[in-house]
Design a protein around this ligand. Structure first.
Ligand SMILES: C[S@@+](CC[C@H](N)C(=O)[O-])C[C@H]1O[C@@H](n2cnc3c(N)ncnc32)[C@H](O)[C@@H]1O
Length: 309
């Protein structure tokens, strides 16, 4: 690893994690076949049972006739088309909007994800819903010439922006671009050492199918990291976040991309996404093991981590 930050260095790891995730209690665990690593458990679990039950019900909805697109109920077949229209529309301004909306915080969340991936030369990595390729760009440098990073996305426009960005950064040769639905990944079983998905899962119609598909293509001993908006852990953060996201983000979208509706979808889709514990349960149901999560910025975002043994 480079000298800037070494995830194997436990002091730096603890300091960095505390900076990003003040609500976490860190403990060291050892698993056979894996390096000693820091695991985190939230000090305070989200403790409003009514909403937890509601979120579980939404995530494990047994009625296949409708699904949610933001706050709207739509037929499952229609959701993919609507999501495609959103990302088609925002692709060219996606990176700018990410910086503006998150006040640059998405860079820290992604940096934390990159450190947790703990990649090294020669590994094969799959970045699902890769979009404009922020994670993939960093991964390509870590895995070097002997490794491979595959960027997949269902949306050609987003992947094209990603490909242009990586080429402009001089990254080629150890990267591949594949248009694919996360629910049905077109790769051989046990193919990748690490799979990541950042801010993609909430857009997928059948999240269980996507988790199963990622499990299938992950190698035994491999790691999955899912970075996604989640449930703020305190009422104060939830209120501040609601006020900001419902009142400010759609207006910013309108101003910068001339597309208010897509950013209205964004804030609504975040509210409809399974909370931390529900997503953890879904990952366990998809057969991932040692699943846990880090709350970032008080649970506004969570990084879920799991393994296939
Ligand atoms: C918010 S962007 C995230 C992009 C990038 N990972 C990042 O963190 O900046 C969500 C991406 O998910 C993609 N997406 C939505 N549904 C998908 C699906 N079913 N399979 C694969 N990608 C999907 C979209 O096209 C979009 O590029």
């Amino acid at each position: 690893m480079d000298g800037k930050f070494n995830p194997g260095n436990s002091f730096a790891k603890v300091a960095w994690t505390r900076f990003l995730c003040p609500g976490l209690r860190l403990r060291y665990t050892h698993h056979p076949g894996h390096k000693k690593r820091v695991q985190a458990t939230p000090k305070t679990r989200y403790n409003t049972p009514t909403i937890n039950i509601r979120m579980t019900a939404m995530a494990l909805d047994s009625n296949p006739r409708t699904t949610h697109f933001g706050f709207k109920e739509v037929p499952p077949d229609e959701k993919a088309k609507l999501v495609a229209e959103v990302f088609q529309s925002v692709a060219s301004k996606y990176d700018l909007m990410n910086d503006v909306m998150s006040l640059g915080m998405h860079r820290l969340w992604k940096r934390f994800t990159i450190e947790q991936a703990a990649l090294h030369e020669g590994l094969r990595v799959l970045d699902v819903a890769s979009g404009t390729g922020d994670l993939a760009k960093a991964f390509a440098k870590k895995v070097g010439r002997t490794g491979k990073v595959v960027l997949t996305d269902i949306n050609e426009a987003m992947l094209q922006v990603g490909r242009d960005r990586l080429i402009d950064a001089g990254i080629a040769g150890n990267v591949e671009y594949v248009i694919a639905d996360a629910e049905n990944l077109p790769f051989a079983a046990n193919d990748f050492d690490c799979i990541t998905m950042a801010f993609g899962l909430r857009n997928v119609t059948n999240k269980e199918a996507a988790l199963q598909s990622m499990f299938r293509v992950l190698k035994p001993g491999g790691k999955i990291l899912i970075l996604e908006f989640s449930r703020p852990q305190t009422t104060l953060i939830r209120k501040l976040y609601d006020t900001y996201s419902f009142n400010v983000i759609p207006k910013m979208g309108e101003l910068i991309t001339k597309d208010r509706a897509s950013y209205q979808y964004l804030v609504e889709s975040i509210r409809m996404h399974p909370d931390q514990e529900t997503l953890k349960e879904m990952m366990i149901a998809a057969e991932f093991e040692d699943v846990d999560y880090f709350n970032l910025c008080g649970g506004v975002v969570a990084l879920h981590k799991g393994y296939k043994y």
